[in-house]
Design a protein around this ligand. Structure first.
Ligand SMILES: Nc1ncnc2c1ncn2[C@@H]1O[C@H](COP(=O)(O)OP(=O)(O)O)[C@@H](O)[C@H]1O
Ligand SMILES: [Mg+2]
Length: 450
């Protein structure tokens, strides 16, 4: 991969030095300026990443006034440009003054290509990182839903879907691994609906013991059971006019599934121990990390309830399947925590970003957010390093070495791919694989493919 060359502007009035610098920086695109006017002309036209600036410029070649005036104008025009001030041998005072004005670094003559080369290279890298940071930030600003950060095409499409369905009263089922943003999207559905001014009531079906869940959802009348001291509304009634978020709905016990289904069909409920039918108008959004199709197959989830809950079903991809999201989210969280902790945190080292991109993030955005938070606290400098993240750099998986396992794995993959390509048509898939239909059925059974 050939990267575009960085642009270096050399402001130097000595023709001999000009030549030498051009020659020793041939890795960059080098622009040369003899004086302030030429320097500013180049700057406006080309926005070089890095400038080396000789302080002794004509008409004040033996002093520094023209050099400082040039520095000031460069920084005014292009504050992102990294200016390396080149001074006389023992000229500390002016070097310090230049840094104070906003120069990136200084370099004392005489000119040594290797040394100056290192300073320039570092400046180039910093400049690129800052550009990258800015690019990520603007990208984040153009996200289709407020508070949801993504650059992934599928996620963006999904946000559009949410925008479209939010104003309707359709039930929305959000499917995705833990930490993928299900609750965040559920709130977005509410906020973008005409119910936004009313309540958003969330209940986590997995977190409440089965025997309490019914009264939590439906409420109870005084004396309905021991401890029912007074009439109490349930979450459903509480959400009247608004949105009810049933989190981890896959964990809802079967008897309650039946009761919830009845409510969804008739839109009236009875509190526990009550007789009176109460009409409630709620929009249902539910979520689960479980494989509902599998729960239905094994009779742990009612199919009819599934259809009621999933008028719109949305699959949220895990981070590892999203393009560029890990780095984007990491930058966004770093900025957020930096702000909260009043620390000026300037991004990540290249190594740290590479590790963030390579990590599989089984806990998705929640895990990533916690990791960055910890790093923001631990970081000793204003740039997050690999060590601050505490991530293990995982070796690419080698997989099994046992030949039988390798063969079986390859076989299973080939069958899945062939079936995929044939759109599930077994006859066609068998043809693609060069086996008979019965053989393919055998393979499908052996590997439990559906
Ligand atoms: N795309 C995203 N952009 C910004 N923050 C996100 C995003 N997705 C998730 N989060 C944050 O990650 C955390 C976990 O999200 P949450 O919605 O609770 O996930 P889930 O309900 O799927 O477990 C929350 O703090 C949430 O604000
Ligand atoms: Mg959640």
């Amino acid at each position: 991969m050939s990267e575009p060359k960085g642009t270096l502007l050399v402001v130097e009035d000595d023709p001999g030095l000009q030549k030498q610098l051009r020659w020793s920086f041939d890795a960059y695109e080098v622009l040369i300026a003899n004086d302030r006017e030429q320097a500013l002309a180049h700057l406006r036209r080309r926005e070089p990443a890095v400038v080396t600036l000789d302080l002794g410029l004509p008409p004040d070649a033996d002093g520094t006034s023209e050099g400082f005036a040039t520095l000031e104008q460069i920084l005014g025009l292009a504050p992102d440009t990294k200016v390396i001030v080149v001074t006389g041998q023992h000229d500390r005072v002016n070097a310090v003054k230049a840094i104070g004005m906003g120069a990136y670094d200084f370099y004392h003559k005489p000119f040594e290509p290797d040394l100056l080369g290192l300073v320039v290279e570092r400046a180039m890298r910093l400049h690129d990182l800052q550009l990258e940071n800015r690019r990520l930030r603007t990208k984040q600003a153009s996200t289709p839903l407020q508070g949801i950060i993504t650059s992934d095409a599928e996620m963006t499409k999904l946000c559009r879907t949410i925008e479209k369905v939010a104003p309707s009263s359709a039930s929305v089922l959000l499917l995705g691994e833990s930490g993928t943003g299900k609750e965040l999207l559920a709130r977005a559905v509410h906020q973008l609906s005409s119910r936004a001014a009313k309540r958003f009531v969330a209940i986590n079906c997995a977190a409440i013991p089965d025997n309490l869940l019914e009264s939590e959802l439906f409420g109870y009348e005084k004396g309905a059971f021991t401890g029912a001291a007074k009439q109490t509304k349930g979450k459903i009634e509480y959400a009247d006019g608004g949105t009810l978020f049933l989190d981890e709905v896959g964990d809802l016990p079967l008897p309650l599934q039946a009761k919830l289904l009845r409510f969804l069909q008739e839109r009236v409920l009875e509190r526990v121990g009550g007789r009176q039918e109460i009409e409630v108008d709620v929009r249902i959004v539910s979520a689960t990390h479980q494989d509902l199709a599998n729960l239905i197959k094994t009779d742990r989830f009612r199919e009819d309830l599934y259809y009621r809950l999933s008028e719109i079903a949305v699959h949220i991809p895990p981070i590892r399947d999203r393009q560029g999201d890990a780095a984007l989210l990491a930058h966004a969280f770093l900025e957020k925590f930096g702000r909260e902790m009043s620390r000026s945190l300037r991004g990540f080292t290249a190594e740290a970003i590479a590790a963030i991109e390579a990590h599989p993030w089984p806990g998705n955005v929640r895990e990533l957010e916690n990791c960055i938070k910890r790093a923001a606290i631990m970081a000793e400098s204003n740039q997050i390093t690999l060590a601050d993240l505490g991530l293990k750099v995982t070796e690419p998986e080698i997989g099994p070495l046992n030949l039988r396992q390798v063969r079986e794995e390859a076989e299973r993959k080939a069958v899945v791919r062939a079936l995929g390509r044939a759109g599930g048509n077994v006859m066609q898939a068998a043809e693609l694989l060069g086996v008979s239909r019965p053989t393919l059925y055998d393979l499908i059974n052996r590997y439990g493919i559906r």
